[in-house]
Every structure is written in structure tokens, then in C-alpha cells.
Design a protein around this ligand. Structure first.
Ligand code: ADP
Length: 266
């Protein structure tokens, strides 16, 4: 098949909206505004960006930020190749040259110098100065910067400064409501809706323990994993142990408590 035809037929990944996030995102794209997605891990932020990129027919670069990620990892660096020094674009630079969506997942994890390169890209200049090559790139109209972070478990040191966050249109995400989450889990896993509804009910109970026994409740991602294992033939209790208990805590007593909670809920 011709490449253009492949692009035109690119499937839009399934995304169940929680509110008006699709409309807000599209409006931000039209007005060339960057977007910040806030919310707990595994609640659909990455899927949302993939869905919107496909819907708007834009290429998407996703960069998972970590505490060693520095500005040069995004912009690029000189590399030695066959005794020659050649410049190699980083993923952000590539996206600014080409257009499309550049998504920085968990941006607060990255080193502080990352925000310095983001600032001129996120105001009306929309530029990326590359100090090392002396170039200043102007972002094309279809370039969009999207960042995400989880306000839930960041320390005071790892939060976005107002000078950064106030450059973005921000959208809050949370776990979907029970009905929507049941549909998502059933669709993603292939497990019957009735069984998925029970898992969603258990997740609700687990999420209520956040801040007491658990640092974070069970994510939609974990529910999908649990339902997928069950759809694959695994016994319910074993699947729950492997996806909704073990990943949540290392504490022996808390795990025993979660098991009890699962027994009385299901
Ligand atoms: P995040 O980026 O917030 O950590 P993800 O986007 O990776 O989370 O979501 C984890 C998984 O949960 C997805 O792969 C998908 O299966 C499912 N999911 C969560 N929310 C939705 C939603 N609203 N629509 C469709 N799938 C969802």
C-alpha cells in the first residue's frame, strides 16, 4: 500500500472521553497553545494523546521523562561518527522541524534545564533556540507541545513552577466513572462486562485507601491488566493478586488487608 494511504487509514486508538477534553484539546491545537495534562498514573492520559494525534492526523513523539533526562536529550548533541563531529537532533528538535505532537510524559521528573528549553516554545514566539548549533527553529503551525504530570505523589521539590505551568492550557484527568471504566476495561480486555463491573467496584474500594495504606489506588491500566489475564483463562483471585494487590504495595500486612477487601467486595 502507498505510504500516504497507510497514513490516511491510520486507526484512531479507542478513547472514552471523561468530559470535554477532546474539544479543549482541539481548540488548543487550532490556537497553537500547549497543553498540560494532570492526573494519576494509568488513567488514560497517554491514550488520550494517541487518540487526539490520530484524530488530527498528526505524527506523535512520546518521551517518557526520568530524573536523568537533560535538555540535550531533547534538543540534540554532537556525536563523533567516523572521526567527524556531526550534529544529531533530539526528539524535541525533530518534532519542531517536522511538526506534529511532542508529548513529554511525567515532565517534572526531568532535570531542571528541560523547562528552560520549553519556555520559548510555549509562548507566542514558539521558537527552539539551539545554542550549540546557533540555530533558532520556528515551530510550524501544526507543532503542539503536550506535557503531563501526576500532582498526586510529587514531592514539593518535584512540582511544576507557576512560571512554567501558567504557559499551558491545563486539563485534569481522573479515573473514569464506574460505568465508563467498566466499558473501557471490557473493551480493552475482552472480558465480559459483568465481571469487569466487579473489578471496577473493587478498584473503587482500593482507591479509597489512597493516603492511608496505599500511596496510589489501582489504576485503570491495572484493571485492564487484571481483566486481560482473566480473559486469558487465569483464575480471578490469582489475577487480582498479580495485578491489583502485588503492584500496589510491598507491605505484607497491607497486602493481607487488600486480599480481605477483595473477598468481601466480590
Ligand atoms: P496514563 O498515561 O495516564 O498513565 P494510559 O493512557 O497509559 O495512562 O492508560 C492506561 C490504560 O488504561 C490504557 O492503555 C487503556 O487501556 C486504558 N484507559 C484508561 N483510560 C482510558 C480511556 N478513557 N479510554 C480508553 N482507554 C483507557
Amino acid at each position: 500500500m502507498h505510504l500516504a494511504a497507510v497514513a490516511a487509514h491510520k486507526e484512531v486508538p479507542f478513547y472514552q472521553p471523561q468530559g470535554r477534553e477532546c474539544e479543549i484539546f482541539e481548540a488548543a491545537f487550532r490556537r497553537r497553545l500547549p497543553v498540560l495534562l494532570k492526573g494519576p498514573t494509568g488513567c488514560g492520559k497517554t491514550r488520550f494523546v494517541a487518540h487526539m494525534a490520530a484524530k488530527l492526523n498528526l505524527p506523535l513523539d512520546t518521551i517518557a521523562c526520568h530524573d536523568d533526562l537533560a535538555a540535550a536529550d531533547l534538543t540534540g548533541r554532537y556525536l563523533i561518527k567516523n572521526d567527524e563531529t556531526v550534529w544529531s537532533d533530539g526528539p524535541l528538535t525533530r518534532a519542531v522541524r517536522r511538526g506534529g505532537i511532542c508529548y513529554l510524559d511525567e515532565v517534572v521528573e526531568a532535570r531542571k534545564d528541560v523547562t528552560v528549553v520549553l519556555h520559548p516554545l510555549t509562548d507566542d514566539r514558539r521558537i527552539l533556540p539551539l545554542d550549540r548549533t546557533g540555530e533558532t527553529l520556528h515551530a510550524p503551525d501544526d507543532f503542539m507541545l503536550v506535557i503531563s504530570y501526576n500532582p498526586g505523589y510529587q514531592s514539593v521539590l518535584k512540582t511544576l513552577k507557576p512560571s512554567t505551568r501558567q504557559r499551558f492550557v491545563a486539563i485534569s484527568f481522573d479515573y473514569p466513572n464506574a460505568e465508563a471504566e467498566t466499558e473501557i476495561v471490557a473493551r480493552e480486555s475482552g472480558l465480559a462486562a459483568g465481571a469487569c463491573a466487579q473489578l471496577v467496584r473493587l478498584a473503587g474500594r482500593l482507591r479509597a485507601l489512597k493516603g492511608q495504606d496505599l500511596e496510589e489506588g489501582a489504576s485503570t491500566r491495572l484493571l485492564v491488566a487484571c481483566a486481560s489475564l482473566m480473559a486469558d483463562g487465569m483464575k480471578r483471585d490469582e489475577a487480582i493478586e498479580a495485578t491489583l494487590i502485588e503492584p500496589l504495595t510491598d507491605d505484607f500486612d497491607v497486602r493481607a488487608g487488600l486480599r480481605d477487601l477483595a473477598q468481601v467486595t466480590l
